[in-house]
Ligand binder design. Sequence first.
Ligand SMILES: [Zn+2]
Length: 327
Amino acid sequence: MKAKFDREMIITSKEIPPPPLEDIRVALEKALSENYKEAQVEIVDCPNLTEAPFGLAAPGLGGKTALADVGGVPYLVPGPAKWLERVYNLDHTASQVDIPGALVIGAGAGSKHDVGVNSELIPNIRTRGGENKRRNLTHCSRIDPADDSKSLLLRYEEDLNSADFTLLGNLFFSEGKSSSKVLKVTTKTRTGTEGSIVTCMRKGLAEAFSVPVGMGGTFLQAAGTVKYHVMPEFSACPLDSDDKVNAWLRYFNFEAPFVNMATFISKDPDLDLRVEHTHGYSTVNQTGGHYHYDVTPETIEYVGYFTPAQKIYRIDAPTETHMIGRD
Ligand SMILES: [Zn+2]
């Protein structure tokens, strides 16, 4: 039987050659310093990110890199959600962006075919087809059917034996090599008004560079509390405004430690992109969801590792699009 993701998809792409790493470092440090009391960005050798607290499926973020924006919010809202037809697969996307065996991290929607309900996907997988053994550490977070004020964290491989997702995904691909230099970002105590470290970095790059700069990476919420959302089951009524989307989503304040998988691009090179999307999870607290912003500026602390993307792909873009629900 043909897999649900094995179908014709329109794929477009653009090369986005990154500026020199030192220039990115300076731009990020400037933006973060304006928003956090302590902010440091350094160019470092990539530590082994398979180790705690990060726990990635591959040691580094190096080698060939790419971002992909797969599907899109218009497959979910206004609805009915097109989860039956818009099925994708993490191993398959790695071959679609021509990095077989890639480490894939980022944000997406879990497959209702496998999870049973709509959910948040936190991709973290070394895909098949490369030199290294496949390793799927992807998780998903769903609303607890026994108590809808709680969320449940599931292991995508062990609990569901799946690498599929539906509707949308914002993914960062690398060869997972530890040989490349990366940007280490450390911040402590927020003094500015931008509650999202990802938005802060993205806007800093947009200010510093006229060309689009794409980034991916992982960051630990080392201290403090952050607001996340988890999508509940699909809405019976069409979600035709941001207000309706916000009323439908379930919001949670999750404590540290919590590891996020970030994707962002400073500006959209006319590909109808979602310019940032970050999901994460905590195996310590058994929580997971979509990252919004910290709610404890005095105590928030982050440490993360990021690297630029060389190319941006747009896969299976909706033909009818809108700007609802992209933050
Ligand atoms: Zn999300």
